[in-house]
Design a protein around this ligand. Sequence first.
Ligand SMILES: CC/C=C\C/C=C\C/C=C\C/C=C/C(=O)SCCNC(=O)CCNC(=O)[C@H](O)C(C)(C)COP(=O)(O)OP(=O)(O)OC[C@H]1O[C@@H](n2cnc3c(N)ncnc32)[C@H](O)[C@@H]1OP(=O)(O)O
Length: 292
Amino acid sequence: MAGIYRSTRYVLQNAFGSRSLPGAVRFYSQKPDPAPLINVDVDSKTGVATVTMNSPPVNTLNTPFLNEMGGVIKELEKNKTRGLILTSSSNSVFSAGLDIMEMYKAPRDQMAVFWTTLQNTWLSLYRTGIPTVAAINGHAPAGGCLLALSCEYRVMVGPKFTIGLNETQLGIVAPPWFLICMREAVGPRQTELALTSGKMFTATEALNIGLVDQLVSNKEEALAEAHKFIARFAKIPPLARKLTKEFTRQEGIKYMEEKMLDDLETFVDVASSPSAQKGMEMYLEALKKKST
Ligand SMILES: CC/C=C\C/C=C\C/C=C\C/C=C/C(=O)SCCNC(=O)CCNC(=O)[C@H](O)C(C)(C)COP(=O)(O)OP(=O)(O)OC[C@H]1O[C@@H](n2cnc3c(N)ncnc32)[C@H](O)[C@@H]1OP(=O)(O)O
């Protein structure tokens, strides 16, 4: 089984080939496509990139989306971007997390490609030397929360949106690296309490436990505060900053570097188990009922 996963990873790594930025300040990251999944807008004065997830209706994280996100981060690093602000084009959803359709009734090799892409893209975001901020302008369950936690600073639009690692509510388990990200933000006690119950926090609750750093009342304010956070690093030498970030995040980085294949095998085994499949089926039914 590990052989399949290793060759899958090889294919995926090659698929992350770099693309050159055009001369223009604004660029779209994907192949020529009238509806890109992620828009990137680099401020010509500050060099800060606003990365807007634009995959309606709810910015689910599936393989094409994650590949594109990985490519965007690579491009921004190559272009020595001064900061990365992650936000959403939706008025109510930051990201609905992993695309359940990538896991529900999916063949094991498809699940493996999906998970490897997620692992790689997560690691790119989590460890990038670029200062990162999540401007959370909508709900951020599960993988949506992970994206936000992988950034260095979180500004959330309140009070009506929610955020959290709710996996246990679906009958699945947040993997250790999701948990490490949560623990880095809120500490071990709050992590255990939150993850065992799959709690979704209101924006105010999230602020109170340190899951987010700031509450604001709209997206414009969130972006303004995100820019302010990035401006703090104007006089900090980038290498010192990058290494300090790596040292601070070494538990998560080490986990992924050393346990990537074990994590992949565990994921495929757990996600394809009858109980996880049943949980996803019931959850998808509930989502469908809600939207009709
Ligand atoms: C050691 C352990 C190793 C492995 C363990 C194994 C597995 C664990 C793996 C990983 C952890 C999982 C992480 C995840 O991220 S799982 C996904 C969790 N996400 C959610 O729970 C969010 C679900 N969605 C919502 O709550 C709402 O959609 C939301 C509040 C975000 C927005 O509500 P709104 O009313 O605006 O939209 P909806 O009508 O609900 O949705 C529109 C449309 O989109 C579909 N949808 C929503 N979310 C998902 C999703 N995550 N995946 C796929 N599809 C999704 C929804 O069904 C609607 O579809 P349709 O009816 O066809 O329009």
